[in-house]
Write a protein that binds this ligand. Sequence first.
Ligand SMILES: Nc1nc2c(ncn2[C@@H]2O[C@H](COP(=O)(O)OP(=O)(O)OP(=O)(O)O)[C@@H](O)[C@H]2O)c(=O)[nH]1
Ligand SMILES: [Mg+2]
Length: 412
Amino acid sequence: MESLDLSNPTTLAAIAAVAALIVIGIIIGLVRGRRKPELPQEPPPPPPEALGEERPKISVDAESEPTQPLQLEDLVARPPEAPAAEARVTPPPAPPADLGAFRSGLKSTRGNLISRLAGVFRRGRELDSSILDEVEEVLISADVGVHTTERILEALRAQMNGGHLSSADDAWEAIREEARSILAASGQGLAIEQTPTVILVVGVNGVGKTTTIGKLASRFDRQGKTLLLGAGDTFRAAAVTQLEVWGRRVGCEVVKGKDRADPGSVIFDAIERAKGEGIDIVIADTAGRLHTKVPLMDELKKLGRTVEKALGRPADHVLLVLDATTGQNAIQQAQLFKDALPLSGIVLTKLDGTAKGGVILGIVDQHQVPIEFIGVGEKVEDLKPFGAEAFLEALFESPEALESPEDAASAS
Ligand SMILES: Nc1nc2c(ncn2[C@@H]2O[C@H](COP(=O)(O)OP(=O)(O)OP(=O)(O)O)[C@@H](O)[C@H]2O)c(=O)[nH]1
Ligand SMILES: [Mg+2]
């Protein structure tokens, strides 16, 4: 074997190259062997209990279904006693607006109107024109009024002549349908679109204006609106005090003037203040005055003009309060107020009393002014938005419903 010539530079260079390759190989081997431990470790998945600790707001339900991807709603805190399954139940559709209130409020009406109509349409009776005379008598005695009674009879007659009434149920349905079309524009609610929205509340003495204002203010307050009440009934000191009591109860301020101040100036101040302070709603009380005294009606017209001056437009809503127990008189009052101011809606109070609810049909039909609220008691929660369907449901509940012992007693 030939010995290496270490004096030869070529041989030396080859040896150096081989040595360098060996060193590089060793280094690469070392690096490969050490790379794994040097890399940062993937964090181990936290145990479920640790997750539970970190996310105390996640519902029990979400944790019991670990295979489900986490949803945004799972991160929303829920009270522990409200299981998620319950929270996800679709709420039942809202019942027609306060059917219960109408039922009890119209109890005497149902006793009067519906049980008597049920008597007219008793089963097996032949439907001839003599039946119309009886229906007429019942409707008139239920305060529906001559004008509206005639309208309903006309509808019945037309159906009868056209051969569409073959049973008592058909006749019953025809009356209900006519009532539904009379009430179609009622119960739309008061639009609160402008700031401030001004609501003038008018009506004769004692119908429930101030009480209605208090109840309305409470409703709006619960809806998060800011309110100012205007004590426009400056003729009686007690009227201002009564409004102040409601203001304190609701937590809103009352703008008042000096004794016997001009009602216009009080309402003007209230509107100016609401404009300055960005208040949502001004509700103005007015004196309950005798509608037969023309100068007092003139006063109301003047008040309307003052509102327009302060607001730059007429009052957004003029609500006429009528006492349902006054029957046909309420229909006449509506006419007089309508002549003084453009009425936008009616509040019919005291339907819990001896009122005959038929008057609702008469008022709306005759004056074409919608009913927006009904009063069924003196408490703050006794003002209900008028819902035509609920009203009809309660008023025209099947005659059989009256055969329950409770209703039979009220019908007698
Ligand atoms: N049963 C019943 N009573 C009511 C209802 N609304 C108001 N009242 C009562 O009717 C009476 C007169 O109510 P007010 O609010 O003072 O009537 P008003 O129209 O402001 O009367 P004046 O200020 O005198 O013009 C009060 O005793 C009220 O509690 C109602 O819906 N049902
Ligand atoms: Mg009053």
